[in-house]
Design a protein around this ligand. Structure first.
Ligand code: GDP
Length: 208
């Protein structure tokens, strides 16, 4: 699958105000600085589609982009800013839970993980909450270019070992580098396949 057009549609804090859920949707979430904006820009081959680096404390929003008039890419606000006051963290939680638990056209959320770091508690909690709520997700390991190929293998397998402590079956996962466009084809092909499930369901729903 290729992306020809990516258009910013809207930002908001309330899932009820998101675009009508008639098209399949894929969301991206991750700790701040994990490389989310860079990944979205890399997937869409646009320089500044997702704003790089949102400042801590700034209003955080759910951002919808329409891709090729066909599906939505959703940039969810980052988590884990060290200095964010509790009030803002609670608001973030409320907004994200509302979105994740109620967005009926959400096919998959990509949870981004910095491949250079050992497993982080905050990512673990995020992954667990997807499991508990039976929400479909995939892991996207970022910044692979900052590691040597052997280190990529080592870090990936230790992350997999860590995941297998709580997961019988590992979730889909991708190794990426926005700098090198690594993982782009695989991610887009995964999106394309999941999208066709939504399309097939939509066709079925129209049948008598
Ligand atoms: P966000 O806060 O998750 O949106 O992260 P950004 O996309 O703003 O990236 C945070 C920092 O990591 C920036 O300095 C990026 O240039 C850098 N970065 C992001 N992805 C990559 C990558 O794949 N390779 C390298 N070398 N740097 C990256």
């Amino acid at each position: 699958m290729q992306i020809k057009n990516a258009t910013f549609i809207m930002s908001n804090t309330d899932f009820n105000k998101c675009p009508s859920p008639v098209k399949p949707e894929f969301a991206f979430i991750g700790r701040s600085n994990v490389g989310k904006s860079s990944l979205i820009n890399m997937l869409c081959r646009r320089k500044n589609l997702a704003k790089t680096s949102v400042k801590p404390g700034k209003t955080q929003l759910i951002n919808h982009f329409l891709i090729d008039e066909d599906w939505y890419l959703v940039d969810l606000p980052g988590y884990g800013f060290a200095k964010v006051p509790l009030k803002n963290r609670t608001e973030w939680q409320f907004m994200i839970n509302g979105y994740l638990l109620n967005r009926i056209n959400l096919m998959c959320t990509f949870i981004l993980i910095d491949l250079r770091l050992p497993p982080q508690k905050i990512d673990e909690e995020m992954i667990e909450s997807f499991g508990e709520n039976e929400l479909p997700f995939a892991l996207v390991f970022t910044k692979a270019d900052k590691l040597k190929p052997a280190e990529v293998e080592i870090n990936l397998s230790s992350y997999k070992n860590y995941l297998s402590e709580s997961w019988e079956e590992l979730p889909p996962h991708f190794v990426t580098s926005s700098a090198l466009e690594l993982g782009r084809e695989d991610l887009l092909s995964f999106i394309s396949k999941s999208k066709s499930v939504f399309d097939a369901e939509a066709i079925k729903r129209k049948l008598p």
